[in-house]
Each structure stands twice: as C-alpha cells, then as structure tokens.
Design a binder for this molecule. Sequence first.
Ligand code: SAH
Length: 218
Amino acid sequence: MNTRHDGIGMTSQRTRGRLIERLRAQGIRDEVVLAAINAVPRHIFVDEALASRAYDDVSLPLGFGQTISPPYTVARMIEIVRDGKPLDRVLEIGTGCGYQAAVLAQVARKVYSVERVKPLYARAAACLNELKVTSVTLRYADGNAGLPEMAPFDGIIMAAAATHVPPALLEQLAVGGRMVLPLGAPEQSLCLIARTAQGYRETRIEPARFVPLMAGKA
Ligand code: SAH
C-alpha cells in the first residue's frame, strides 16, 4: 500500500460508513451493493485535489468534460441490474475513472468496461491496478458497438445518456439479462431493459442526469 492509501486510510473507512448510511436513507436496499460500495476506496479514483470530497454524494469532474457518477447513481444502477441475484458477466459502457467498474467487480464474476477517451481509459487501468482488481477487463473503444467477442452479458450498464438503445447492446444482452441506462434528451430517465425469451421489456425507473453517449473514439 502506498501513502495515498495510508494517509487517508482510517478516515476514509469511517467516511465510507457515513456514505453507506446516506445511501440507505436514499433508498438503496441491496446489502450486497452497499457492502461493495463500502469495500471500494472512492478517493483513489478522483483527482488528489478533490479527494476530500470523494465520499460526498455528488458528481465530480473527471477532466475531458466528463464526470464521475455520484455514489447513489452507481449503487442504484448496480442494484437494478443485480435484482438480488449474483451476476456472472457484466458489460459497462463508459469506464470514466473506473470507480463503478471496481464496485461491479465486487458483485460480478467478470466485468468488461469500455471507454472512448484514451487518457481516461489509461487512468482507470492504473487505478484498478493500484487496487489489485483483476476481474475487470478494460477496452479503449466506442461502446456503441458493445463487445461482441465477449457477449452475451447477463448485465449491461451504460453510464452515458442516449436517445435510443444502441442495437448492438440489445443483441449482446443474454436472455434473462438486465440492462440499465439513461435514455432521453434533454430530460433523461434511468431505464431498465429486461430480456426474456419473448423479447425486451422497458421500464422507466427515475429521472437521471448523465453526460451524453458520444460516437467514435477520442
Ligand atoms: N462509470 C463512470 C462514469 C463515467 S461518465 C464512473 O464510475 O464514474 C461516462 C463516461 O462515458 C465518460 O468517461 C465518457 O467518456 C464515456 N463515454 C461516452 N460515450 C461513450 C462511448 N460511445 N463509448 C465508450 N464510452 C463512452
């Protein structure tokens, strides 16, 4: 462990405890998700200058015009995808800083995460490496295409908003699988898409605020 962990160690564990209580108060019920949030030091994923705000329930700037999702959003999306059941293979679109991927790694056997901004991809890789998270595979690519060579996925989480679901992602969702993503512009809703043998069922969950899903790599 390096000094970045040591200096903030105890404080961060206590602060994370308070974060868990806030998430409970905001309605997060899945104990497995709460334990996963409790296990991941969020300050590792944010700029050192912002580390003191790492456990506040706010979006924080990531650079490149992107933001790190607030813990509530991360917890809620994972809770919806999990639906109280263990996850095997999960795909995340929009790695950003890698925080959500690290939390997902606590609840899924294998996580794939795609990011289109190269420096973010590289920074996320360094953070996950620092935390010795080995069950996450990162890809620098346009998430609109999903990750066909690794499909199907029993969970898909998209961390950027689109006006429609990228068709490749629908195809790559396993039968019985669940996808959660923000849909709509300018007003966004967090939506669940559940795939059954009969087809796809879409449910709007709650209002959302995400950065837009972009096309191509940067
Ligand atoms: N999961 C992150 C949230 C990142 S914000 C967290 O833990 O905080 C959304 C991310 O989606 C940004 O990093 C942005 O660059 C990325 N993104 C936007 N469009 C994309 C696309 N087409 N493919 C892959 N990533 C994309």
